[in-house]
Structures are given as C-alpha cells and as structure tokens.
Design a protein around this ligand. Structure first.
Ligand code: SF4
Length: 299
C-alpha cells in the first residue's frame, strides 16, 4: 500500500506528538471585500470570510485559551498551530501583523503558525515579515488557488488571474516558505478533465500541502443568489469522492493532504445537502482509497 501524508501524520512526524490547530482571527479584512479590488468578495465567500467556526473575540490571548478549551474536548495535546484562517491575514498594517504573529509564536505551546492570505498580498514588506517568522517558527501559508482556469477565476471573482498565483507561489518557493493551496471541485462550466488539470499543475508545482473542497452553496454567500437565478449542476457525492481519489493518485506522496472536504455550515447550507455530512464524505473517500489500494494514514 502506498502512503499519503495527511495533516496528523505529518505533524506527528515533525513534532513527535499530536499537534492541534487553533482557528484564530486577526481581525483582518480583505481587499476583495473592502473595495480595494472589489466590494463583492469571492462568490462563495461567507460573511465570516471563509472561516465560519472562528471566535469573534478580539483579544488574541482570549481566543487562544477559548480554542484550547474547545479542542481539549476532542484531542489531548499540548502543542498547537496558530491558524489565522479567515479573510486576508497579510493585508493592511504590516506592523500590526508583525506584533500579532510574534506575540503568538512566543507562547511555548504554539509550535507553528499558519497564515491564510491572497497571492496578490505578498509584497516586499510582507515577504520580509514572513522571512523573519520562517526563521522563528514552523510557518506555512494558505493560498486560495481554487482552479488554474481564468474563466473560473473570473466567475468566482477572485480578483487576480492564475499567472499572479503562479508567480507568487514561485516567489514563496524561492524564499523557502511553505504554502498549501485550496482547490475547489465543481465550479460551474468546469469539466472533470479541467478540474484534474488544476491537480496536475499542483503535481508539478509541489506545494507543501493541498486542501480539497467541493463547491457548496451557503445562504450567506453571493453564490446563493446566482444559483437561484441560474441553477447549475452540482457534483454528486460519488463524483466528488472519485475526483479526490483521482487527485490523490496524481499528486506526489509527500504533498500533505490537509483537508479532504470543506466544512459547510449546516444551518446555512442550500446545496448539495451531502456536503453537510463531512464524516460520511471522508468515510466514502477512505473506502474508495482502500478499493484502489491507496491509503491515507490516520486522517
Ligand atoms: S480572498 Fe478569501 S476572504 Fe477575500 S473574498 Fe475571497 S474567499 Fe473571501
């Protein structure tokens, strides 16, 4: 059986113990929401900037303690990755981010830092900050690639083209800064071949990690209105499961699979309804991987 590194296995191998991610908010906004690029946001982005389960508390120490208590109900661990998940966490006052991230990584129990941002928000001042953080902690960024197809990127209103993503990724590689990329399957108009072209691009790019998502429609995203006005075919659960398994077959085995499916907010989910049952989707992916004689360890 081939092995594919998943989040848990990978971090256990690096830190010799279970590492838990704490979802935190830097109180950032996003240039694709505040009018700098557009005020419309990406079409699937929820009110909370694609981080629906994040605390709304401002104080970062309180957020950390709250998340630690929450996570302790699920896992026993004394090592955490501070994960700044929602909105664009390198956009705005760079000194603010420097202070915030340095404050967080000084805590003994915080062994790593994960920063979600946009490929067009990595200017020289940001890169200097990242270079510095990269020397001090286990740093990785998250970038929303979603697709390599510019028609799809225009449809979702991401606000920059694939070339910009490609250049930014290569810059991060030159700086030895790890990053993972999000991929969305099921964007309207994309064929299965096109979706796998995005995966093949990642096969060559070799990012640190990948997060897979199915396109789902939530009440609080612009996509809800679009879907009502222009209904389009969404992926079935089987189609999604097969796309993820095909992708795992394509990707080099040292790319860490950080996520097999998205986290829809059940209260706000419009379609597809199967996306509400994350555990069942993961279970079906694992079953299909076994059938193909592939395996993810300890997902
Ligand atoms: S870049 Fe992220 S936070 Fe900004 S609109 Fe798109 S999904 Fe939302």
């Amino acid at each position: 059986m081939r092995r594919f590194l998943d989040f848990n296995t990978y971090f256990r191998s690096v830190f010799n113990e279970k590492v838990v991610k704490l979802s935190l908010s830097s109180a950032a906004t996003c240039p694709n929401r505040d009018g700098s690029i557009s005020n419309k946001a990406c079409i699937f982005c929820s009110e909370r900037g694609s981080g629906d389960f994040i605390s709304l508390k401002k104080d970062i120490d309180l957020q950390i303690e709250e998340q630690k208590k929450l996570m302790a109900k699920k896992w026993k661990s004394n090592s955490y990755i501070a994960y700044f998940q929602n909105f664009t966490n390198t956009y705005g006052d760079i000194d603010y981010y420097k202070n915030l991230y340095n404050h967080v990584i000084e805590k003994d129990e915080i062994v790593g830092l994960s920063i979600a941002t946009r490929a067009d928000c990595l200017g020289d001042d940001v890169m200097d900050m990242l270079d510095d953080l990269n020397k001090k902690t286990f740093l990785f960024l998250e970038l929303g690639m979603q697709s390599i197809h510019d028609d799809s990127l225009e449809f979702i209103n991401r606000g920059y083209d694939h070339r910009t993503f490609d250049l930014a990724s290569r810059k991060l590689k030159d700086h030895n800064i790890k990053f993972l990329t999000h991929v969305i399957f099921g964007l309207p108009g994309e064929s299965k071949e096109q979706m796998l072209e995005s995966v093949n691009y990642l096969k060559d790019l070799k990012p640190f990690g990948v997060k897979f998502h199915s396109l789902y429609i939530q009440e609080d995203a612009r996509l809800a209105k679009y879907y009502r006005d222009h209904p389009f075919k969404l992926l079935t659960k089987d189609e999604y499961v097969n796309l993820v398994c095909d992708s795992i077959e394509i990707l080099p085995k040292d790319i860490v699979i950080h996520r097999l499916t998205g986290d829809a907010d059940k209260e706000k989910l419009i379609a597809p309804l199967w996306a509400a049952d994350k555990l069942s989707v993961i279970g079906s992916i694992e079953k299909e991987l076994k059938k193909r004689k592939l395996a993810l360890i300890d997902f």
